[in-house]
Design a protein around this ligand. Structure first.
Ligand SMILES: [Ca+2]
Ligand SMILES: [Ca+2]
Length: 212
């Protein structure tokens, strides 16, 4: 014979399962990917774009709308019925060097999981030339780049190519012997790669160098 308390426990469990499961036919909004990352150049008028896919994980029809705050972000279309493909565009035309973020909020009166948020990160870099650490501009970083920097620092050799900043292998905003040492340790001892040359100390010296 089943004890009374066992019966009420079973009923409780059934009730919890029934209440936590989506109601039959309900719509569920699903957006993929869940976040977006863009990298652009400051004040550049070209737009960058990516695609979000909106699907319905439930059964009833799903109408949705999207909202966002920042003027550098654009969502097209901003309303629809799932399944949908949505184009996300960003423009750095009015943006200076920095990292920007916004959220696209997808809402649906039909979906029990509304709203759904997609984070957007927009990293805006200054214009750049060459490759960090590639001081002789041959598209590779090796001993010859360390020698180039040593010649520049000690015997008046040419500046790193195509811009002085490309010699700043350790990213401290100066070009000196420590950058040559950085490259040699990278080449011979598996040290850190040149990474990102200093990005904002080269005005009047040809401008910034692109990351390694
Ligand atoms: Ca090189
Ligand atoms: Ca340096």
């Amino acid at each position: 014979m089943i004890h009374k308390s066992t019966i009420s426990l079973i009923i409780s469990v059934i009730l919890i399962i029934a209440l936590s499961a989506p109601a039959q036919g309900q719509a569920l909004i699903e957006v993929s990917p869940s976040h977006l990352f863009f990298e652009g150049t400051e004040f550049e008028s070209d737009t960058l774009s990516d695609t979000l896919i909106i699907t319905n994980g439930g059964e009833n029809p799903l109408n949705w709308s999207a909202s966002w705050d920042e003027p550098w972000l654009h969502v097209q279309p901003s309303t629809g019925s799932a399944p949908d493909s949505v184009i996300i565009k960003v423009s750095a035309e009015n943006l200076a060097y920095s990292q920007y973020s916004d959220q696209i909020i997808f809402e649906s009166p039909d979906a029990s999981n509304s709203p759904l948020i997609v984070d957007v990160i927009f990293r805006v870099q200054p214009p750049c030339q060459g490759k960090c650490g590639d001081a002789n501009s041959d598209d590779a970083v090796g001993v010859s780049d360390a020698i180039w920097i040593i010649n520049y620092v000690f015997i008046g050799g040419g500046i790193p190519e195509p811009v002085l900043a490309c010699g700043d292998a350790n990213g401290d905003c100066y070009v000196n012997i420590s950058d040559a040492v950085w490259i040699l340790i990278y080449v011979f001892q598996g040290g850190g790669s040149p990474g990102e040359c200093c990005l904002d100390n080269w005005e009047g010296q040809g401008g910034n160098c692109c990351p390694f």
